[in-house]
Design a binder for this molecule. Structure first.
Ligand code: GLA
Length: 749
């Protein structure tokens, strides 16, 4: 429900040697769904201030939360100390240059080189449901979606009359989820060009700083490690400056109460639906207040806005949880599964695939691939994914990106004969592409060197011997798409792994005008979105899995196009415990690409039991990444059992509630987690012993999420106990030896 309430605030201030009484009318605009409230206030002067965000608050007058009467507030008609006022106020969408010295959401530069902005309220409108994010000339901006009865939207328009810009702030509150999404759109309403130097998606303010900040950080093969730090005075941030959301920091941050654990405490989660440079920053000011802002990274950003043009900031998803970090994660999971992921695979179990990358690398031909497929199909695997190396002259990672034509020396007769044979085994076929790249040694680069991102005259930095294509250029997108289409139309390809293996550098475009060069970072991302949207629209049956050197682009922007993302190039079961734990803080298990690979593990050299590798991969989409013809007979024979387990438990894992019961970041000795069906009729529990210690009794692990009043049978032991007993008394679980896993199935009786 969106409501408006006017009230009058009266207060006494010492002004020019005497006590004076001031009063002004304020309007509170609030959004309520019965569980959470989000409110903002409009002052008489038109400032839009943040009023409240958190658990549902009473319907009475909450304008006092803006603390208009507090020192040093200087109201309408008293301009004497306005600077003190602006540096202290909780702005909904802070600007710069007029006296608020904290992090702004918007910075503009006018034609005279002046940079200041003073946004004042103009109007608001409300609507049922959730409109799509729009920007002129942009075909697709990923965002969450909702039907008219699933959400309500408030659009608030502000204006700066000096530079003639309007800013539309869009807020959507979901009716059944503790979620508010936000975006901002700037429109040039004047007759002169302006430059947007910074446009963030949103800001939230609190009048305290009793928070810890949780972020997900890492590196290649070590993505999304959870870090938790106390807020302190000044700024704390994570960001990407690489053009992709990155291995280093995920576009996610949470501010949690200091007592917050998995199950208790408050958590405010923030995630940007964006796949490029981002910034998430908290700023604690000297008075102990906290401002949090998030959006496209202002780093090297500048956008020319000609009259009538607009620029839309990506969506910021905000989740509130009063039930700890676990509660926050489950809300993100519910939101993304139902309101972000699209397409025919959204609610379906994904085929069990075998990917040849770690099995063969570049060393394969059609017979080898067919033999892997055949042996895999005999074990019940449902899809063969042919990874890197099938095109151009690619026998190593040093050439041919951009030449998406089949290498007939490896695959005689092209793709179709191989795919037909694989289909005849009853298996689907999937294919790897890296559509955003070009190798210097490629026909494409030789024909169109100007299509690579570059600064003319400057050396181009290579990474993995490749350059990045200029996706801001429609000609480039059109060409790559025509190549992909030719392949897709040539054989029955039912899955694509869309990879992206390097960050951007020397960011310049031969097709953009001089004045728009700094737009390339963002135009690149919009170009990628356009192509992915085209692909998934033209080939609705296609299952798209995103990938970026493992998990360097595991973000909500990508999930709008692909229901699953390759989580990490580290397939070691033990490393995966941390990676999947960290990923699950924001993203659902249904989206995590997870495979059983061979040992010693190629990323880390560790050997783990085949069963454990299977149990850990069950937490994600599940598949294999090995040469099934070359593993031991014992392991091969275990595959049908693993697949049966996947088929049995994937419905709960994919659609149920996830509870993290262990935390390797805090206790290296074990990990455990469980998934509970939405109707709480069954649960699937997994335990992994990581570092065994002598003379230690078996562990007692408390289950979560069961119905306390129902009885549940442990199908593995036959024990029957009440949900409350399993949750307060726990299960006793021990495993002898490191890296051993155990799973348990609980059903309500
Ligand atoms: C990236 C991916 C891998 C694999 C290789 C192929 O590193 O993350 O899974 O596809 O590229 O070159």
């Amino acid at each position: 429900m969106i409501t408006e309430k006017k009230s009058t605030v009266t207060y006494v201030k010492w002004d020019r040697g005497a006590n004076r009484e001031f009063s002004e009318e304020v309007t509170v605009l609030r959004m309520d769904n019965g569980s959470i409230t989000y409110a903002m206030g409009i002052t008489e002067e038109g400032y839009l201030l943040h009023c409240y965000y958190g658990p549902a608050i009473g319907s009475d007058d909450i304008s006092y939360l803006m603390r208009l009467a507090d020192y040093p507030y200087t109201p309408n008609g008293n301009n004497r100390d306005r600077l003190l006022f602006l540096g202290d106020r909780p702005f909904e969408f802070p600007c710069h240059g007029i006296g608020d010295y904290r992090e702004p959401c918007l910075m503009v530069l006018d034609e005279d080189g002046m940079s200041a902005c003073d946004l004042r309220f103009v109007s608001y409108r409300k609507m049922k449901g959730k409109p799509e994010l729009k920007q002129k000339g942009v075909s697709c901006i990923p965002a969450t979606y909702a039907k008219p009865d699933e959400a309500e939207t408030l659009v608030v328009t502000l204006e700066d009359s000096h530079c003639d810009i309007a800013v539309e702030l869009t807020y959507t509150m979901f009716t059944k989820l503790n979620v508010v999404t936000r975006s901002a759109r700037v429109v040039n309403r004047g007759y002169h060009d302006i430059r947007i130097q910074r446009l963030l998606s949103g800001c939230v303010e609190w009048d305290h700083s009793n928070f810890d900040m949780i972020t997900l950080n890492g590196a290649w093969a070590r993505e999304r490690a959870v870090e938790r730090c106390r807020l302190h005075s000044g700024k704390q941030s994570v960001e990407s400056t690489r053009g992709i959301s990155s291995h280093q920091h995920n576009p996610f941050a949470a501010l949690v109460s200091r007592d917050a654990s998995e199950e208790v405490g408050e958590a405010y989660g923030f995630n940007l639906v964006y796949s490029g440079n981002f910034l998430a920053e908290t700023e604690v000011s000297t008075n102990g207040f906290t401002r949090f802002v998030m959006g496209i990274n202002p780093y090297d950003f500048s956008w020319l806005l000609r009259p009538e043009e607009d620029l839309t900031a990506p969506e910021l998803v905000m989740v509130y949880s009063g039930a700890g970090i676990g509660g926050m994660s489950r809300t993100f999971h519910d939101l993304y599964r139902a309101h972000l992921i699209r397409g025919q695979w959204k609610e379906k179990m994904r085929p069990v695939l075998i990917n040849n990358w770690e099995g063969t690398y570049f060393n394969f031909d059609e017979e080898k691939i067919y033999n892997i497929a055949k042996a895999a199909s005999e074990q019940g695997i449902e899809m063969l994914v042919l990874d890197d190396g099938w095109f151009g002259k690619r026998n190593y990672d040093d050439c041919s990106l951009g030449d998406w034509v089949v290498n007939e020396e490896k695959l005689k007769g092209g793709l179709k004969p191989l795919v037909d044979r694989i289909n005849a085994l009853g298996m689907k076929f999937g294919l790897w592409f890296e559509p955003e790249m070009v190798s210097p040694d490629s026909d494409l680069y030789r024909a169109h060197p100007e299509w690579a991102i570059q600064i003319i005259g400057r050396d181009m930095t290579q990474a993995r011997e490749q350059y990045v294509l200029d996706y801001s250029n429609p000609e480039v997108r059109e060409f790559i798409y025509s190549e992909i289409r030719a392949i897709l139309d040539s054989a029955n390809v039912e899955y694509i792994k869309w990879d992206m293996n390097r960050a951007l550098s020397e960011v310049g475009s031969t097709s953009l005008p001089r004045k728009r060069q700094r737009e390339l970072w963002h135009r690149y991302v919009l170009g990628v979105y356009e192509l992915m949207n085209r692909l998934t629209t033209d080939y609705p049956h296609l299952l798209l899995e995103n990938c970026s050197s493992g998990g360097a682009r595991f973000d909500a922007g990508m999930l709008y196009f692909s229901p699953q993302i390759w989580t990490s190039d580290d397939t070691d079961a033990i490393e995966r415990l941390k990676i999947q734990y960290g990923t699950s803080i924001c993203y659902p298990a249904s989206t995590m690409g997870a495979h059983v690979s061979d040992c010693p593990n190629h990323a880390i050299g560790r050997t783990t039991p085949f069963a454990t590798r299977g149990d850990v991969a069950l937490m994600g989409t599940f598949g294999y990444e090995l040469d099934v013809t070359r593993i031991s007979e014992e392991d091969r024979k275990a595959i049908p059992g693993q697949i049966a387990k996947f088929k049995k438990f994937n419905p709960i894992i994919r659609t149920g509630d996830m509870y993290r019961l262990g935390n390797l970041f805090e206790d290296e000795s074990f990990d455990a987690w469980m998934f509970v069906a939405k109707d709480r009729s069954e649960a699937f529990f997994t335990f992994v012993q990581v570092l065994n210690h002598p003379s230690m009794p078996a562990r007692r692990i408390l289950l979560r999420g069961l119905d306390p009043d129902r009885s549940y049978r442990n199908e593995d032991t036959g024990e029957i106990r009440l949900g409350v007993t399993w949750m307060r008394g726990g299960v006793i679980v021990g495993a002898f030896g490191d890296f051993v896993s155990k799973t348990m199935h609980f059903t309500a009786v």
